[in-house]
Ligand binder design. Sequence first.
Ligand code: UDP
Ligand code: MG
Length: 323
Amino acid sequence: MPEESLKMHPAPLLALVVPCYNEQEILPATMQTLSRMLEECKDNEIIKNDSYVLYVDDGSRDQTWNLLEEKHINDKYCHAIKFAGNAGHQNAVWAGMAQARAWDADCIISLDADLQDDTRIIPQMVEEYCKGNDIVYGVRNNRETDTTFKRVTAHLFYAFMRWLNVSVIPDHADYRLVSRPVLDALEGYSEQNLFLRGLFPTIGFKSSKVFYKRLSRKAGESKYPLRKMLSFAWRGITSCSVAPLRVAGLMSLICMLLAFIMCIVSLFKYATGDTIQGWTSLIIVSLLLGGVQLFCLAVMGEYIAKIFTEVRHRPRYIIEKTL
Ligand code: UDP
Ligand code: MG
């Protein structure tokens, strides 16, 4: 089959969405690299002429916004929005996607401002899009540039998420291509606690992966210290799963089983006279009460889990095509 006939989409209007928080050290290099990349893709007719980079300044307190303003004057690829305060990486990516949708992008690619996400795979991602994939995940093929601590904790986190039945793509962060139909579908999601890498795999649509080697940060420092990383992981678990609420249910089940056995043992001891006065009634009452309390907590947990899924107000289904 000729290569052309494999293509389902023509060259798209591409928007690169780049969240920036205090990135003055690396931003000049990033802006140059990304503009050059778009220029190259445009020359190769992979993307439309009016494709652009959309920088989202997440309330930076350094020179980030001034650098963007300067660049915007003489670089037609450079567009930007600025948050009034720091709203966090996930909100910055979300805002960038919403703005790009309003500015008629056919697809967006979100990537970090520090150039850790290798920009050389952008043409490959666009090619996957042209083949009809609506989400293209950038997946790291190794973690050489990570510290042992980060490698081990990341591994444990993904294993735990899988155990909780949360669909996350291992070693994929927020480097991904998202097509317009998916951006349209995202409009229906109104949740506050965003954990995008856990959300996209649940939306559906045809997707594929492109592998890349994650580079190390060239300048500036990580905006995700250990404290922020832990709170982000906790957000991931609690935003994507109600399993922790079910812990009380599991414990009450085990407790009631043990209580039942203990009740029989203590009644047997009472019958054989192998006990002191009052022990049997005391142990039975406390075992029963413990079991009942845990059971009630479990019931409440179930209703809280229902409230959680209700207030998120996610769409019940997404229509992809209509004939
Ligand atoms: N970032 C952001 N808001 C924040 C923290 C980070 O927009 O509150 C951006 C940051 O500028 C970068 C991306 O998110 O473009 C990833 O952050 P970083 O490189 O510091 O994270 P790491 O790669 O160390 O996990
Ligand atoms: Mg980084």
